[in-house]
Design a protein around this ligand. Structure first.
Ligand code: ASP
Length: 341
């Protein structure tokens, strides 16, 4: 098993663009400020911070970089989150998203993704195979069909009709990892390592509009046909442009069970800050799992961004980090605060 720290270093080196200096520390910024802890700031009381990007894990850094460029070139928040997460989808070294993603127990790479804009438009694909950019297919579902979600063969057929190319997404490295796993064929959703690390990205753009994207190859070695939280609007991703946005990473079953991202947004609607809202849902999940044998393997992280451009995150255990990009502090990686060690 690859040590998490080594894995982060390797992945960061593998994905960070040459010439760009990323900080792996907070640059003095707290993931939340005390004012936020006392509840969300009402619009009008404080200047809205925008644009702001927040995305999960260290592969969020290069993703944010691309998304920021897209915003600065006049792209919408939706364009930005799509362009951003595509960086992770295309990176063969990111073993939990898109090309290079680790396969299911039958050796097939199956992908889940969803996207949502500020007008409740959303699109999603699940159990999609052999298409490198599921997030772009999800956007097409949103824009070209009266539906929200397409799965499996139907999703692939739709993608091909839309001009996407079929390709093999199983890299030699992923195949090697699969062959090693096959020797024991033991499924354990081991926390905080390369077998599941979805990229979710939330944006508030120059207009103050929210958007979000979420894409993953899901849990490695999962049962063929398993779909996680990531393509499910309300679970892996949710936003309401009047309130805020939220997204999840970690064990998808726990997020689906609690309608995680939708709940984070509802808590922000009730006045909680992004940090407080994420924390409350993590605590709820922890309570549900307290007496379950799978608590041992459970990791869950939420990120949230509200209508004022304030962000926050919270996770169950140490090891989760997220990338934030804003005008004031640039792009940086922040360790998530956690519930239990
Ligand atoms: N939430 C994803 C899933 O369960 C995996 C992850 O983010 O770690 O498919």
């Amino acid at each position: 098993m690859i040590d998490r720290r080594k894995f982060i270093t390797k992945t960061a080196l593998g994905t960070v663009a040459v010439g760009t200096l990323y900080s792996c520390v907070d640059n003095g910024i707290k993931p939340h400020d005390p004012q936020q802890k006392n509840g969300a700031v009402k619009e009008g009381e404080k200047k809205v911070k925008k644009p702001v990007l927040i995305s999960t894990w260290n592969h969020g850094l290069p993703a944010n970089e691309e998304a920021w460029k897209t915003l600065k070139n006049g792209g919408s928040g939706l364009d930005a989150v799509e362009a951003g997460v595509k960086v992770a989808e295309a990176d063969p070294k990111v073993s939990s998203v898109g090309y290079g993603g680790w396969p299911d127990r039958d050796g097939k790479v199956t992908l889940d993704a969803c996207i949502m804009d500020h007008e409740f438009n959303c699109g999603s694909v699940a159990f999609l195979q052999n298409i490198k950019h599921p997030i772009s297919v999800a956007r097409k579902v949103m824009e070209k069909t009266p539906h929200i979600m397409l799965v499996g063969e139907g999703a692939k057929q739709f993608a091909l009709e839309q001009g996407f190319k079929e390709e093999n997404l199983l890299t030699p490295e992923a195949e090697k990892a699969y062959r090693e796993w096959l020797q024991k064929s033991e499924y354990k959703p081991v926390i905080n390592i390369e077998n599941h690390d979805t990229i979710s990205m939330l944006a508030i753009d120059e207009n103050g509009d929210l958007s979000g994207a979420c894409t993953t190859s899901g849990a490695a070695w999962k049962v063929h046909g398993r779909v996680g939280d990531s393509p499910i609007i309300g679970a892996g991703l949710f936003l309401d442009n009047e309130v805020g946005s939220a997204a999840a990473t970690g064990l998808g079953e726990a997020v689906i069970r609690t309608s995680g991202s939708a709940m984070v947004v509802e808590l922000m609607r009730q006045g909680k800050s992004p940090y407080e809202a994420c924390k409350e849902i993590v605590e709820r999940i922890h309570k549900i799992y307290r007496n379950r044998p799978d608590l041992e393997y459970l990791q869950i992280g939420f990120i949230a961004l509200n209508k004022q451009g304030e962000y926050g995150a919270y996770c169950l255990r140490p090891g989760f980090n997220y990338a934030v990009y804003d005008e004031e502090h640039g792009n940086r990686l922040i360790d998530g605060e956690y519930e239990i060690s």
